[in-house]
Design a protein around this ligand. Structure first.
Ligand code: KG4
Ligand code: ZN
Length: 364
């Protein structure tokens, strides 16, 4: 890697419901996030209980210029100081992706600097290299609102997918289950919060038995739709007796236990495969994506790693959800390899990290 030069990269993220613009500086191997401005559209989508693509695209368009200015101001820089600009070009909601991508291309043209196209999933997967200096290869569990997969991250942008979801993404399952429980949007953090109010854990698990789809089966694929359906059945039964906060807390606790059970079972298979293929008796296990903010799941995965002699790493909460710094970091990794994109590059609503993985169908 080119460690001796000072390199300043802007990263732009707009693939879902967060507009993010960040500037990072890498000098002598030291990585500094100079600014990382994120504008969440949560309130714009709240009334609809999910992200509305047209509303998202309009909001990205309204705010992108302001965020670019704010990121430059916070970093005390101007556009002339940038060495390159990176933007998410997929996968994601196409209207939003195009807005961030066009903003990035415009800066590249006016400043005569390289434009770097970034895969949003790769940005989540490489975040621990920005925050924790993690070396390749490593095992990654990516769990977000749109994606759930386990990958081996190798040198040079090479990814081997070991498993992915056959139906819902984990964040989607959290959000839909939370909605069934009458909790606010986005459901993930709300569900985690109320689960802490569960008073009798054993009783909660007895009262609300939930399935762990694919548990005990070979491979590393996931399935979450059965879990969501089981939540629906429990909530419907409750409604005849009236929804009560304590009951919901117990159900939310049982839900998280079931999710942890599924993740640990699937990740155990992935750890064995990783340790076999890489001929390592240990290694690094990373969890990333929005759901990685969940403290209960983090601690359960940490235990699994201890049992397998793997080092557990989870990026700071602010860098788990969508942000521009992770885009700028992939921009930097590509910059040092001179992987620049032409200005004719198109946005991609689907863009799997491992094109060969057979099950990468609908979700990736
Ligand atoms: O990575 P992200 O910010 O956006 C996507 O690329 O999808 O992930 C958002 C997802 C949402 O489904 C949200 O409910 C979930 O991450 N999430 C959580 C928590 N915080 C965010 N799920 C469970 N527990 C949390 N604490
Ligand atoms: Zn994401």
């Amino acid at each position: 890697m080119n460690n001796h030069k000072k390199t300043i990269i802007m990263g732009i993220e707009s693939s879902c419901d967060e507009t993010g613009v960040a500037i990072i500086c890498v000098e002598n191997g030291e990585k500094i996030i100079l600014s990382n401005t994120v504008l969440s559209q949560l309130k714009d989508h709240k009334a609809f209980g999910g992200v509305v693509p047209e509303i998202a695209a309009r909001a990205h368009m309204q705010h992108i210029d302001t965020l670019i200015k704010a990121a430059l101001e916070e970093a005390s820089l101007s556009l002339e100081n940038l060495d390159a600009v990176a933007a998410t070009t997929g996968p994601g909601l196409i209207g939003g992706v195009m807005i961030g991508m066009m903003a990035g291309k415009s800066i590249a043209v006016t400043q005569n600097i390289p434009f770097i196209s970034v895969n949003h999933l790769e940005a989540h997967v490489l975040t621990p290299r920005l925050t924790n200096n993690v070396e390749f290869p490593y095992l990654v569990l990516l769990v977000s609102g749109g994606h759930t997969q386990i990958l081996i991250a190798n040198e040079g942008g090479q990814y081997q997918c070991l498993g992915s979801t056959l139906d819902d993404a984990l964040g989607e399952c959290f959000d839909k289950s939370a909605k069934l429980m009458g909790l606010g949007y986005p459901g993930g953090p709300e569900l985690e919060k109320i689960a802490l109010e569960c008073r009798n854990k054993e009783q909660a698990l007895e009262k609300y038995p939930l399935p762990s789809p694919l548990k005990g089966r070979k491979g590393c694929d996931f399935s979450f739709s059965g879990l969501k359906t089981a939540v629906r059945t429990h909530v419907e039964k409750m409604q005849s007796e009236e929804l009560n906060r304590q009951e919901i807390a117990d159900l939310a606790y049982a839900f998280q236990v079931s999710v942890a059970d599924i993740l640990k079972d699937r990740c155990q298979n992935a750890i064995s495969a990783f340790q076999n293929t890489k001929k390592q008796s240990k290694g690094k296990f990373i969890v990333c994506g929005g759901v990685a903010a969940n403290q209960y799941l983090r601690s359960q995965l940490n235990d699994l790693c201890d049992q397998n002699n793997m080092e557990f790493i989870a990026p700071p909460l602010k860098l788990c959800s969508d942000n521009g710094a992770m885009i700028a970091w992939v921009g930097y990794e590509k910059y040092v390899r001179s992987e620049f994109s032409g200005l004719d590059i198109a946005a991609r609503p689907r863009w799997p990290l491992d094109e060969n993985y057979a099950i990468n169908s609908r979700k990736n």
